[in-house]
Design a protein. Structure first.
Length: 202
């Protein structure tokens, strides 16, 4: 279908259903059926949230750039993840992290966010001392919310005879949990977090 842009079609679909006459009948039928599913309701809610989020910055004199931090915490073949409590990405697995506060250093921010979201039973100085690597992820399209540059920190905790540190979801996290690295599912991870994990731990 030459000359057809997906953006207005997507907007019509999420708001009112697919535009009749602009797609083959079989595609139109499938889209109408899919629109009644729970999956569609979830995707449409995410789309509406992102639209409203971006509108909040329309009056800014320049397109805003957001700065975030993400903690890649590993111990004994496991990685620490959270389940996101709110949109965007509600219900998806994610790395503990969040936005940089004013007058805050990046390393301080990642330890703060990690402790707020996971309540990990490891002292802050030990966490900070276990940082072995950091890397910037700055693809312009890595987040639907707008230009978001994240600084990821790899935190390698030493094996402990008592097992993995206790964690509990807090702040923006519905749950916090340890997962074997071999059980990671890219389809369940938020935005580019799977790629961040692959890059950071090889």
């Amino acid at each position: 279908m030459r000359g057809v842009s997906s953006t207005p079609l997507r907007e019509q679909y999420f708001q009112r259903g697919a535009a009749h006459g602009e797609m083959p009948p079989a595609v139109q039928t499938w889209l109408e059926t899919f629109r009644e599913s729970d999956t569609f309701a979830h995707i449409a809610s995410e789309w509406e949230f992102v639209n409203q989020y971006r509108k909040g910055w329309e009056a800014a004199p320049y397109p805003p750039t957001f700065v975030t931090v993400d903690a890649v915490v590993v111990q004994a073949g496991h990685i620490l993840l959270i389940e996101r409590k709110a949109r965007p990405g509600k219900g998806q697995w994610a790395l503990p992290g969040g936005f940089l506060d004013p007058h805050e250093k990046l390393r301080d921010a990642v330890i703060r966010e990690l402790r707020e979201e996971t309540r990990i039973k490891v002292p802050a100085p030990v966490l900070a001392g276990s940082i072995v690597k950091e890397q910037v992820f700055d693809d312009p399209y890595r987040s639907a919310r707008g230009r978001t540059i994240t600084h990821a920190f790899l935190i390698e905790l030493k094996p402990d005879a008592h097992g993995l540190p206790k964690v509990k979801g807090g702040d923006d996290a519905q749950h916090a949990f340890w997962m074997p690295l071999g059980d990671l599912d890219p389809e369940r991870l938020f935005e580019d977090h799977f790629q961040i994990i692959k890059t950071m731990i090889g």
